[in-house]
Design a protein around this ligand. Structure first.
Ligand SMILES: Cc1cc2nc3c(=O)[nH]c(=O)nc-3n(C[C@H](O)[C@H](O)[C@H](O)COP(=O)(O)OP(=O)(O)OC[C@H]3O[C@@H](n4cnc5c(N)ncnc54)[C@H](O)[C@@H]3O)c2cc1C
Length: 405
């Protein structure tokens, strides 16, 4: 049988690794457990679909937190500019939104991008085998099961890229079940935890019924030392939206110490406390707090109800107390939403188990890419970019490994 490289997992990390290897002249076979590839990529497309971000370096790499040094290197394998050029090479285009997020242009749907990509892979000779699940390693190869027939086989690829995803949105195929197969060959994984997910707050029944689902625009939200600006969504279970997603690492740490963990909401982050207190010192007359806040600060529904829910009446009695409350409103978070609902997963393959080329130390010739590695990043394009860049880095690792034979 002729030599081939196996890419297991047909998400963005795996498919990009496949493309780079095929372009380098290797025979590539992609194995995907589901009936179609790129399911989570398409789910991402139903929301904002930030492909990457226009933030320049070195700021971009800092979004990968503890792993920014590694990601600064991976980003040189496939940079945000490379990602945008790659979309162009597929005959489509991107634009930069006001927030720096990079989106597909309005004239095509994410499914079209995936279709154009699969066409390119086909032209490059990449074979895609869907309904083929990796079960684990044999002595010298990969144990696979054909999900359609139940038949088990063994593959002997020249090299392998595993890009099996994290453990959220299991219905897209990223079920995290690969942990045991890697543990069997001595590869450890940090426990999975939800990242970029909503936070739970034990609202009163009154609040839940009255508020339902309402946005709070132009706010700042803090947990410990970290503050994030943006739009927060109040929901019946608690909070969601970009600021709370970005604070999940800090909230996770705080919740591990004690629950509830305090999030601090600033409803008027663009005003200094002095400016705010001045506005609030204006005579209220006979107006209710709700009318006064609306007139003075354009803080309408649901702010008065939120203040009533979270603070005693005396906390709104004076201009000074109200200023403090509007800029430091503590919201007690009792937990994070379940892993399966999260946009991404923290935890995954230990960095100690891979070398600088993303090759598994206990299993030479097997490389790992994408969300299955132990990293997390905020929404805004940093997740897909991290998956693409590690896919490219793993492909380079494979090339160097095979060339060194
Ligand atoms: C609702 C939502 C919105 C999102 N929006 C954005 C966004 O706007 N911007 C952004 O940057 N990111 C976004 N993301 C995150 C992004 O989609 C993921 O980070 C990315 O898809 C992960 O890529 P991956 O290739 O590592 O893994 P995945 O895309 O999860 O792909 C892994 C593949 O491996 C397959 N697989 C698993 N186990 C096996 C096995 N044993 N054998 C064979 N195949 C297997 C799975 O079926 C799957 O197809 C969003 C995610 C969600 C859920």
């Amino acid at each position: 049988m002729s030599l081939f490289v196996a890419v297991v997992g047909g998400g963005p990390a795996g498919l990009l690794a496949a493309q780079h290897l095929a372009e380098a002249g290797y025979r590539v076979r992609v194995y995907e457990a589901q009936a179609t590839v790129g399911r989570k990529f398409l789910v991402a497309g139903h929301g904002g679909f930030n492909l990457t971000n226009a933030e320049p370096q070195p700021g971009f790499a800092t979004r990968y937190g503890l792993h920014q040094g590694r990601f600064a290197r991976f980003l040189t394998d496939f940079s945000p500019d490379n990602l945008r050029q790659w979309v162009t090479s597929l005959g489509l285009d991107t634009f930069v939104g006001t927030s720096g997020r990079v989106f597909p242009t309005a004239d095509y749907k994410p499914a079209q991008l995936l279709r154009a990509w699969l066409t390119r892979l086909h032209e490059l000779g990449v074979e895609v085998h869907v309904r083929h699940r990796w079960l684990g390693f044999s002595a010298t190869g990969l144990r696979m099961r054909n999900e359609a027939t139940g038949q088990e086989t063994e593959l002997q690829p020249a090299a392998t890229v595993l890009a099996l995803g994290g453990a959220s949105w299991a219905k897209t195929g990223s079920d995290g079940q690969w942990v045991a197969a890697l543990a069997a060959v001595g590869v450890g994984s940090a426990p999975f935890a939800p990242s970029n997910c909503g936070a739970e707050v034990a609202w009163s029944t009154f609040f839940r019924e009255k508020i339902g689902r309402v946005p709070l625009k132009n706010i700042a939200l803090s947990c410990d030392e970290t503050t994030v600006r943006g739009e927060l969504m109040l929901t019946d279970y608690g909070l969601e939206g970009t600021p709370v997603y970005a604070l999940t690492p800090a909230l996770r740490t705080a919740l591990a110490v004690s629950a509830p963990a305090p999030l601090v909401l600033n409803l008027k982050p663009d005003l200094t406390p002095e400016q705010l207190v001045q506005k609030l010192r204006k005579p209220r007359g006979g107006k209710s707090l709700a009318v006064f806040l609306e007139q003075q600060l354009r803080l309408g529904r649901p702010v008065p109800t939120l203040l009533r829910e979270l603070a005693p009446a005396e906390a709104t009695a004076s201009a000074e107390a109200l200023t403090q409350l509007l800029q430091h409103l503590p919201i007690p978070v009792t937990g994070l939403r379940p892993l399966d609902e999260a946009i991404s997963t923290a935890g995954g393959v230990d960095w100690a188990a891979v070398d600088e080329h993303l090759m598994l130390r206990p299993r030479p010739g097997v490389f790992v890419a994408g969300e299955m590695l132990d990293w997390e990043a905020p929404t805004g394009g940093y997740l897909l970019q991290g998956c693409f860049s590690t896919g490219a880095a793993a492909a380079r690792g494979v090339r160097q490994w095979l060339e060194s034979w």
